[in-house]
Design a binder for this molecule. Structure first.
Ligand SMILES: C[S@@+](CC[C@H](N)C(=O)[O-])C[C@H]1O[C@@H](n2cnc3c(N)ncnc32)[C@H](O)[C@@H]1O
Ligand SMILES: Nc1nc2[nH]cc(C(=O)O)c2c(=O)[nH]1
Ligand code: SF4
Ligand SMILES: [Mg+2]
Length: 218
């Protein structure tokens, strides 16, 4: 059984695939926070900007089989030329994404992207793997397509993750979790300046912004 909070067609807003059309499949649950506001302060990851509790979001639900979920996601892809792309996120997608689901996505013609906190092993066959480390949780994935570090995290300086092999190293300014998408966010503005300064001083790292929030698409 796969539990999905929501699924929607949008543009990937972050990282090296930014601007690419994708169906986002947001799985329920995370291993670093239970998603309840009252427990945020004590959670391993406490800056999360996402509601991943339950299955009650847009196009969300419980799916008995990999084939049923892949067909549901495929129904959200437009009938138009272009490589279909699904981004598995959450919550923590690696709690649920398994080899049969990757196979079912591939059989539906999808390239499969994943956004993960990197604390769980990744199954074979993922086409694009984005690892976003959290200060208080050890990363077990040693190789990925892109490393995308939310910045700054006081106990997670970028140097701590440079041993992880990646095609791209990104800093993503930390946004206030509670600010509505598209709203003014002074915390994010000051973090954007800090991330910019870090990238200027350490050119291995690139800046990425949450484009979907800037343009207000989801
Ligand atoms: C909600 S997470 C879900 C996937 C996975 N659990 C993870 O943490 O990578 C998706 C992306 O949003 C990022 N993110 C979460 N909260 C954020 C915030 N307040 N500001 C900037 N990025 C944030 C995460 O680091 C991750 O790259
Ligand atoms: N448009 C858009 N791009 C994204 N890239 C990563 C996201 C995520 O929440 O995993 C995300 C998201 O929530 N929306
Ligand atoms: S950012 Fe990712 S790891 Fe952190 S609580 Fe949200 S879903 Fe979990
Ligand atoms: Mg998001």
């Amino acid at each position: 059984m796969y539990r999905v909070k929501e699924a929607f067609y949008t543009l990937q807003g972050e990282g090296a695939q930014a601007g690419r059309a994708a169906v986002f499949c947001r799985f329920s649950k995370c291993n670093l926070w239970n998603g309840r506001e009252k427990d945020r302060a004590g959670a391993v990851c406490n800056f999360c900007d996402t509601d991943f509790v339950g299955t009650d979001g847009q196009n969300g639900g419980q799916f008995e089989t990999a084939e049923a979920l892949a067909a549901h996601i495929r129904s959200l892809w437009p009938d138009a030329p272009g490589q279909p792309y699904v981004v598995c996120t959450g919550g923590e997608p690696l709690l649920q994404l398994d080899a049969p689901l990757i196979k079912a996505f591939h059989e539906q013609g999808f390239e499969v992207g994943v956004e993960t906190n990197g604390t769980l092993p990744a199954p074979e066959g993922i086409d694009w793997l984005c690892v976003s480390p959290k200060a208080d949780a050890d990363v077990v994935i040693e190789q990925c397509s892109e490393l995308k570090l939310v910045f700054p995290q006081s106990l997670a300086p970028p140097e701590r993750f440079q041993h992880i092999r990646a095609q791209h190293y990104f800093l993503s300014p930390m946004a206030s979790p509670s600010v509505p998408e598209g709203g003014p966010d002074p915390v994010k503005q000051s973090n954007t300046r800090k991330a910019t300064d870090y990238c200027l001083a350490h050119p291995r790292w690139r800046l990425t912004l949450q484009m979907h929030k800037i343009i207000g698409i989801d």
